[in-house]
Design a protein around this ligand. Sequence first.
Ligand SMILES: Nc1nc2c(ncn2[C@@H]2O[C@H](COP(=O)(O)OP(=O)(O)OP(=O)(O)O)[C@@H](O)[C@H]2O)c(=O)[nH]1
Ligand SMILES: [Mg+2]
Length: 217
Amino acid sequence: MTKKVEIGKKILMANEEYAALNAKFFADNKKLCLNMISSPGSGKTTILVKTITDLQGKLRIGVIEGDVRTDLDAQRIRATKAPAVQIETEGACHLSAAQVSTALHNLPTDDLNIIIIENVGNLVCPSAFELGETAKIAVLSTPEGDDKPVKYPAIFAKSTAVIINKIDLLGAVDFDIDRAKADILKLNKDAEIFPISAKTGQGMANWYNWLSESSKV
Ligand SMILES: Nc1nc2c(ncn2[C@@H]2O[C@H](COP(=O)(O)OP(=O)(O)OP(=O)(O)O)[C@@H](O)[C@H]2O)c(=O)[nH]1
Ligand SMILES: [Mg+2]
């Protein structure tokens, strides 16, 4: 007789235990933790660099970077003088709560209001792994196409806020922003939607106001 071993389920359970510990840490220490999820290249690091630079002196932000390989993104964050810890997943398509727990020990969390996790660029895997975050932020960029919310619904359904980035390219790409917004709201009627350009700064003020209000945890 063969015995079925549910390895996937066990791994998820262990992840949930670490996620619960991380969530307790954020709640006990009154830190806002955001888990930023998107396809590769939507502009996550560019948004973070601009946000940290523009809010210097107002909000103290630290970053946990997840990438399959390299610490290039952590270097970009550190160039702003904000603290950043890089996790290299060596092939895995998402961060785990255990990795985040270890990274938290290497961030000066006492000095921070907000911890932002830039997850591995992937619109599918990271949405299945809770990290103990306060909220998920999905990023969709206009060159990816306005059909992405309906094709990859899980992350849009689970995110508290959705950033639509690269709106400076709206004239060059076929992206119907009203369709994208309507589809996101169909999946998640309470989602905050921020159309922005991290390149030109358009729309960033609304995102900053939301970040500032949300940091009052
Ligand atoms: N036109 C335009 N380009 C942008 C904007 N934001 C980011 N980019 C460009 O998009 C490319 C990818 O940006 P990144 O910030 O590295 O994207 P990312 O989501 O962090 O990528 P991964 O970490 O690899 O998943 C870079 O060439 C950026 O300069 C924007 O608002 N407008
Ligand atoms: Mg990046």
